[in-house]
Design a protein around this ligand. Sequence first.
Ligand code: SAH
Length: 258
Amino acid sequence: MGVNFTPRFFVFKDFCVNDTVVISGDDARHIIKVLRYKPGDELKLSNGKDTEAVAVVEEIDAKQIIIKLKIIEKNKKPGIKPEITLFQSLLKGDKLDFILQKNTEIGVSKFRPIITERTIVELTQNKLLNRMQRWKKIAMEASKQCMRIDIPQILDVKGFDDSLKTVKDYDIAIIPWELENTCFIKDILVEAKNSNAESVAVFIGPEGGFSEEEISKAKKFGAVPVSLGPRILRAETAAIAVCTAIMYELGGMGGKDA
Ligand code: SAH
C-alpha cells in the first residue's frame, strides 16, 4: 500500500467524530496560502499522542487566517514498538538537533539529554531552556514531516548517575562503548528479540566517550556495554546507527509491524 500523503497537522486535544476543530497560525496560513484548500477538502489531524482523524474543511477565513474543520473519522493508533529512550550526552554545536531530527524519523520515543564525565559543553540554565524549546520544535516539525502520529518526548536533562537509576524500568538497556570487544550489538538485539523486549534504553556518550568508571557503574545498574563494530563512530553517527539497528531487529522497520 502506498503512503497516503494527505497532509497532517497537530491539534493538541482529544477530538471525536462530528467535533468542530479550529486551526490558526502558521498551519492555517500554509493550508490556505500554499495548499490552497477550499471548503470540502479533507486533511488529517493528530492529537500528538495516539489518535489520527480525517477532517473536512468547513469554513476558511482568509483574513483572520482561521480554518474551521469537522472531524469525519477518528482512528486510535498503537504506539511505536519498541519504545526507545535515547539517553544522549550533550554535544557541541547543533549535533543534538541532528540526532533528534533523524531519530524522530526513525521512531525513537523519548530523548533524555544527559551530562557525563566528559561532556564538554557547559550550558547555563536559560541556555538549556532555549535548547529544550528548540528541541521540542525540532521534534514536532520532524514528526509532521515524517507523518508520525506521536511527537517524541524531550525529557529534562539528568546527570549520568541519576539516569542509571532508571535503567531498571526498561526491558533492556545498552551502553555502546568503543572499547567493548566481546559483546556485539547484533548478539544483544537477537537476545532482546527472543525475550520480546518492548522498552529499550540506549546511552550514547559525548565526543570523548564514556570513562571506564562510567562503564563499570552502568554495568552495576544492569546496562550492557556493547560494541558497534571496529570503527570509532562520531556520537551522532552512533546515536542514529544503534537506534536504526534496534528498530530493524525489534520493530520490523517497514515490515508487518512497521
Ligand atoms: N572516545 C572516542 C569516540 C566517542 S564517540 C573518541 O574520542 O573518538 C561517542 C559515543 O559513540 C561513544 O560514547 C559510544 O557511545 C559511541 N560509539 C562510537 N563508536 C563506537 C563503537 N565502535 N562501539 C560502541 N560504541 C561506539
